[in-house]
Design a protein around this ligand. Structure first.
Ligand SMILES: O=C(O)[C@H](O)CO
Length: 328
């Protein structure tokens, strides 16, 4: 089919290296007439009529009313990633436009990052790397002992598909697994990973050696973990966040880490991202911060794009939509 006959997709803010861009573009071009933001802005009148879908890569770019008003034939926004907190779902839906996401592609790589952060923080891996390359060669491992993950208690807050994948992995470390979630998992699912349900989040916080946050960011989970919750945790416990930065009250976390209310934290997400270079979290030595890399793998980027494309095509062809996100 000629490029012009394919449905138009506007590609929003593809960052990264040329290689990533080219691979994604090639994938999208199989199904769509690909229109970049630059092309759209240069020839708005002609392009706006062609665009039936928007492909959002990375969770950062947002879609404002002005853009929606300029796309009369837009039917769907295909988000590449599971979190849609950067999109105003109600406003988008008022334009009759659907939103989709990619929960399947993100689950394994994000669970891996959760495990990686837990292990790295437990065994003080980043400090170890710094010591290994420092000019001072007189170091004694006994001066910076870590803690063990094996047989420790892991509390998972948010037991969706990523949470469940974390539980599967944690089972291989013989961890005791607690979880708190809006809905309790089926008995067979709990038994398969040996997870125990805590109806009250407080119980999980009090008992866990590692607390991992894997909830969506919603008004209900905004600053879910603050001063009170941190004070319920064990002084030997570690907080890991692979969801969204705003799930934690960062000022309260700074205080808790400075005064050793908890042992350590490991964050793949913060607010804002990146943190300003003078942020107090960056000055602490009992924290590890990675720059939102839960899905930053060659495989995940490809799978997320495929999942997003399948969603977009389903909307355009009037077929059942694999992963639609609805405004609450
Ligand atoms: O929401 C997600 O899937 C990840 O955070 C990637 O942005």
């Amino acid at each position: 089919m000629a490029k012009e006959e394919l449905p138009g997709v506007l590609i929003l803010d593809i960052g990264g290296t040329q290689g990533v861009l080219e691979n994604l573009a090639a994938l999208l071009k199989k199904h769509f007439h690909l229109i970049t933001m630059k092309e759209f802005l240069e020839n708005k009148e002609e392009m706006s009529k062609k665009i039936q879908s928007v492909f959002v890569f990375e969770c950062r770019p947002t879609i404002d009313r002005e853009l929606l008003e300029s796309l009369p034939n837009l039917k769907v926004i295909g988000n590449s990633g599971v979190g849609v907190d950067h999109l105003d779902l109600k406003m988008i839906s008022s334009f009759g436009v659907k939103v989709t996401n990619t929960p399947h592609a993100v689950a394994d790589p994000t669970a891996d990052i959760g495990m990686a952060l837990m292990l790295a923080s437990a065994r003080r891996l980043v400090e170890g790397c710094q010591i290994a390359v420092s000019p001072d060669t007189k170091h004694f491992a006994v001066d910076w002992l870590g803690v063990e993950v094996t047989r420790a208690t892991l509390g998972i807050i948010g037991m969706g598909s990523i949470g469940y994948k974390v539980a599967q992995r944690a089972r291989a470390f013989n961890m005791r697994i607690l979880y708190h979630n809006r809905n309790r998992r089926r008995k067979e699912e709990e038994e398969a990973v040996g997870a125990h349900y805590c109806e009250k989040m407080e119980d999980l916080l009090q008992q866990s050696d590692f607390v991992m946050l894997i909830v969506n960011l919603t008004p209900e989970t905004h600053r879910l973990i603050g001063k009170k919750e941190l004070s319920l945790m064990k002084p030997t416990a570690t907080l890991i966040n692979i969801s969204r930065g705003a799930v934690i009250d960062q000022d309260a976390l700074v205080e808790a880490l400075q005064s050793k209310v908890i042992r350590a934290a490991a964050l793949d997400v913060t607010y804002p991202e990146p943190l300003p270079r003078d942020h107090p979290l960056l000055k602490l030595n009992n924290i590890i911060i990675t720059p939102h890399i839960g899905t930053a793998t060659v495989q995940a980027i490809h799978m997320m794009a495929e999942e997003a494309i399948a969603n977009i095509l389903a909307v355009l062809n009037g077929q059942p939509i694999p992963s639609e996100v609805f405004p609450k």
